[in-house]
Design a binder for this molecule. Structure first.
Ligand code: NAP
Length: 471
């Protein structure tokens, strides 16, 4: 894949980059390793100061950063601006909470025959981050903010279609004050990942991306015995039960499916609706989807911009065609418009059956599948009936059902009467083929820490009080 900025609204190539050579990669890893040692001599307060400075830069430069993101991958300018703000919030969150998340955790010393015993969290070194284009700033920031605050350094291999966003991230952390090499963008294709992850100086990897990329990186990491966190695809269920507020559910369903032009791992993709309310929900939902404004992503009135790539658009259409050829019905949309750019209209498909691709594959575009079920148990069976397990939604005002959904949905998160989203305060990740490990919250920060047990038989004072290592 060429490393290039191509405007998805026009198909025009705006800027191309040569991939870094093996020697340049080696030099960047060396700088990341040196910076790791340098970060080890900094205090949490210093790092928090730099992280807060990064947040201030994001706020000050929000509109320009958002414009670059929209030009590179087609998300609406309004959503790009919101993404920049969310990144600033996450940076401040980790600056404020790192001391608490990394503080020594006392253990029951008497139970382990010690004078003192505790758990200490320490950084592990340079971490490779392989990231996707769909939230080109947020996906990186939710790795970088906790990793840098913990004292690790970051090597970013971003998606090949968002090089300008990738470069501005390196520039952001440098201008915020982090030492040279603390956060480095490697302009490389996916074929360079083996060299980088095999390097003994690189201690771990995090990937947000497709199942295929996950398998490939996990294989390399397995061979090299390195830790990975994998955030992969999803085909989130959105279950609507008879007691649900149907207007609200249909309104949120529309946003949940079409956010980011339909290209979110945690977009609701399969709408599983109880037969008692199926027709009423389908009518409201289809009307909402048809009313969305598709157009220039820079226009503040636009709801849905183009898909990020021609290949992505063609894949979505192939999935819809496959369903139609096997007997499904299109209620809204279903045909890409002619002309330049990679547009796909908001689409609702019903009458899906297991032999159709849309039944079990992730659809990465504004296309919703509607499924009719006749009971709670059938809803759970269909909801859990894919290889994915990232997010999930359930709409019901019945409190017993709410409690059952929270337990029975086989996913990394369950949102009841609300849209799945991510917060710095809550862990984020999946089960099954959606990956493993967690980002965000204290758990996300500790994924790339050495969880060290410290046991002291006598003279416990010499190892210092809890949290002393952090300063
Ligand atoms: P992708 O093709 O897997 O690309 C993601 C990143 O992985 C890019 O940097 C890509 O580099 C790299 N990559 C691809 N194949 C690789 C390989 N074999 N070895 C090493 N690196 C490789 O994913 P995508 O299709 O662009 O992104 C959409 C997918 O990401 C969807 O499945 C979506 O659900 C998932 N996603 C998951 C989350 C989550 O948090 N769980 C969040 C967002 C997106 P190149 O660009 O150079 O190919």
């Amino acid at each position: 894949m060429p490393i290039a900025t191509t405007n998805p609204a026009t198909g025009q190539v705006l800027k191309t980059y040569d991939p870094m050579s093996a020697e340049q990669i080696d030099a960047a890893i060396e700088r990341a390793d040196l910076a790791y040692r340098q970060l080890g001599r900094t205090t949490l307060d210093q790092r928090a100061g730099w992280m807060n400075a990064a947040a201030d830069l994001l706020d000050a430069e929000r509109d320009e950063i958002a414009r670059i993101m929209t030009t590179e991958m087609g998300k609406t300018y309004a959503s790009a601006k919101a993404e920049v703000t969310k990144c600033a919030t996450a940076a401040r969150f980790y600056a404020a909470h790192a001391a608490e998340f990394l503080a020594d955790e006392p253990a029951d010393a008497a139970a382990v025959s010690a004078a003192r015993a505790f758990v200490r969290y320490q950084p592990i070194g340079p971490v490779l981050a392989v990231m996707p284009w769909n939230f080109p700033l947020w996906q990186v920031m939710r790795f970088a903010a906790p990793a840098l605050m913990a004292g690790n350094t970051g090597l970013l291999k971003h998606a090949s279609n968002v090089p300008q966003t990738a470069l501005l991230l390196e520039d952001l952390f440098r201008r915020a004050g982090f030492p040279e090499g603390a956060f480095t963008t490697l302009l490389v294709g996916s074929e360079a990942v083996d060299q980088i992850l095999s390097d003994p100086r690189v201690r771990a990897a995090t990937l947000t991306g497709s199942e295929g990329a996950g398998r490939s990186i996990a294989q390399i990491a397995g061979r090299e015995l390195k830790k990975t966190v994998l955030e992969l695809g999803g085909s989130d269920p959105f279950v609507v039960m008879p007691s649900a507020d149907l207007d609200k559910a249909a309104e949120v369903a529309t946003t949940a499916r079409c956010q980011n032009n339909g290209q979110s791992c945690i977009a609701a993709k399969r709408f599983i609706v109880h037969a008692d309310v199926f027709d009423a929900f389908a009518e409201k939902f289809a009307a909402n989807m048809a009313a969305l404004r598709v157009g220039d992503p820079m226009d503040e009135q636009t709801d849905v911009g183009p898909l990020a790539s021609e290949r992505g658009r063609d894949e979505v259409h192939a999935q819809v065609r496959d369903a139609v050829e096997k007997g499904a019905t299109v209620l809204v949309g279903g045909e890409p418009p002619a002309g330049d750019g990679w547009w796909y209209p908001p689409t609702v498909v019903t009458g899906l059956t297991p032999e159709m691709r849309m039944w079990h594959e992730e659809v990465f575009g504004p296309v919703a599948g509607l499924f009719r079920v006749s009971s709670y148990d059938e809803a759970i069976e269909v909801a859990n009936g894919t290889t994915f397990g990232l997010g999930s939604n359930a709409w019901t005002r019945d409190e017993d059902e709410q409690a059952r959904f929270a337990t029975d949905l086989d996913a990394g998160n369950v949102f009841i009467n609300g849209m799945t989203t991510s917060f710095p305060e809550l862990p984020f990740g999946g089960v099954k083929n959606s990956g493993y490990g967690r980002e965000l919250s204290a758990l996300g920060m500790r994924e790339f820490c050495n969880t060290k047990t410290v046991w002291v038989g006598e003279g416990a004072g010499s190892v210092g009080p809890a949290g002393a290592h952090a300063e």
